[in-house]
Design a protein around this ligand. Structure first.
Ligand code: BES
Ligand code: ZN
Length: 462
């Protein structure tokens, strides 16, 4: 089918495409919470049916050992055409804190041209772009100019633990020339961009154990090391409060610093510091000295506390010296840091610091998940095809950006399938990913579908 015919068909289907996305958004497929296991499976089944209905072949829900993956393919492209793997994730982050949502997280609501719901942009709205585009192209006996395989997973938000081994096992089925992922953002609705790097991740949970049980803070306080305070010291020993440098020995070994020419190019990218502050809801930013906001987020690694708990946290006062204290810590990594090595370095550093603090009975460092950073070759023909497709749809040449977020499986695709990934995302910086009132602009949904249709033709022609 011609590009124009497929685009007109997609345009005629606007309402249907939106209503179906809302159906998907109503399924609370929160991957990290066991009570939603059934919802994750329901989302997978729903997508399997949609892929089949779109005209793909062999649509199946595949077991991974965790939440299932969904697979489908269309391999009837002309002789010699390339094969692309489309990846997306149907799982979402927990909606908490619930009280901050203006409308319930799993009741999609349209406000100001946006659909507001958990997963709207990350990643249900964006994976739906691809299914809708393929459906428009395959309708009425239409064909695709390239071979397509689709893999949708349900554990991205918890680190894709089972997908890595699954990709390795299924390398033959998933074999492809390139991977296409829409799970990222553009600089602005009028500033199309393609992601050229993603950060990796080491996620650890730290527990400091002191007394065998909670103690009366008067009877014992003063003579027993308080685990909550000990944890605060351990965490403080990981980052310089003045410069923002991470103090874990060896942490920066292997970090590839951008060249002066790259740094100069970052300045021209059109990143808006004021808008960043607005989106973050802060009056001033703070980060590693000597780097711009864009660089602090895109090309520098981080150490962040994601949550901490210990002792009494309910209303009112309770005098207690807690038995233990806990923190969830994520470190965003950049090429060429290795997440396993970084996890070891964190653990060693915490143990070394704790060794100088008598009264800590035990420290546990548990690795919750990790993933490697990735850098994409911007000269790859598929990147150039994405660039042309975005330029035509959005009326402006896209730029390449360095992203702070992580999609660990991108490095897995490079390692196991030897395939580069094109990160052609349609989110916007104010989509509130992982926050209350997450949204996705419906205009981005529809322009995304048009871009995807153009992309497949551009890629086939290149
Ligand atoms: N879609 C995001 C990643 C992202 C966000 C990429 C913005 C580019 C721009 C993805 O779903 C995500 O949130 N990933 C997690 C992965 C983690 C759990 C290993 C993340 O980055 O926190
Ligand atoms: Zn996410």
């Amino acid at each position: 089918m011609s590009i124009d015919a497929a685009i007109s068909r997609a345009q005629a289907a606007h309402d249907q495409v939106e209503q179906e996305l809302f159906e998907l958004l109503r399924i609370p497929s929160v991957s990290t919470q066991a009570e939603h296991d059934g919802d994750c499976r329901a989302a997978a089944e729903w997508l399997r049916a949609k892929l089949e209905e779109a005209g793909l072949h062999g649509a199946a829900v595949l077991e991974t050992g965790g939440h299932p993956a969904v697979y489908a393919e269309w391999l009837d492209a002309p002789e010699g055409a390339p094969t692309a793997l489309v990846y997306g994730h149907y799982d979402v982050q927990p909606p908490d804190p619930l009280e901050l949502w203006e409308t319930p997280p799993f009741e999609p609501t349209v406000r100001d041209g946006n659909v507001v719901a958990r997963g709207a942009a990350d990643d249900k709205g964006q994976l739906w772009i691809h299914i809708a585009a393929l459906r428009a192209m395959l309708a009425d006996g239409g064909t695709l100019p390239v071979n397509i395989k689709v893999i949708l997973e349900g554990e991205e938000e918890t680190g894709s633990e089972h997908l890595g081994p699954f990709v390795a096992r299924e390398a033959e089925r998933l074999a492809c020339d390139v991977v296409i992922v829409s799970d990222s953002s553009m600089l602005a609705a009028d500033k199309p961009s393609i992601v050229a790097s993603l950060r990796g991740m080491s996620y650890c949970e730290v527990a400091v154990h002191g007394p065998a049980h909670d103690l009366h803070s008067g009877v014992f306080g003063g003579a027993v090391r308080n685990p909550a305070e000990a944890l605060v010291h351990l965490i403080a020993a990981c980052k310089d409060p003045a410069t923002g440098r991470i103090l874990i020995p060896g942490f920066y070994d292997g970090v590839i610093e951008p060249s002066e020419a790259e740094r100069a190019a970052f300045v021209d990218i059109g990143f808006d510091d004021d808008e960043f502050r607005r989106d973050a809801g802060v009056t001033q930013t703070w980060g590693e000295t000597g780097w711009t906001i864009y660089e602090q987020v895109g090309v520098r690694p981080t150490f962040e506390v994601n949550g901490m708990w210990s002792g009494y946290t309910q209303p009112g006062a309770k005098t207690v010296l807690p038995a233990s204290a806990h923190a969830k810590i994520s470190m965003r990594l950049v090429a060429d840091q290795d997440w396993r090595r970084i996890s070891e370095l964190l653990e060693q550093h915490l143990r070394d610091v704790a060794a100088g603090m008598p009264g800590i009975e035990r420290i546990d460092v548990v690795r919750l998940h990790g993933g490697q950073p990735s850098l994409v070759d911007t000269t790859h023909p598929a990147m150039q095809a994405a660039s042309r497709a975005l330029a035509t749809t959005f009326g402006r040449e896209p730029v390449y950006t360095r992203e702070g977020g992580s999609i660990p499986v991108v490095a897995t695709f490079a390692a196991e399938l030897d395939a580069p990934t094109v990160l052609m995302g349609f989110g916007l910086p104010d989509d509130r990913l992982h926050s209350p009132n997450e949204k996705f602009a419906l205009s981005q949904l529809h322009l995304g579908i048009e871009t995807a249709i153009r992309f497949w033709h551009e890629y086939a022609a290149s």
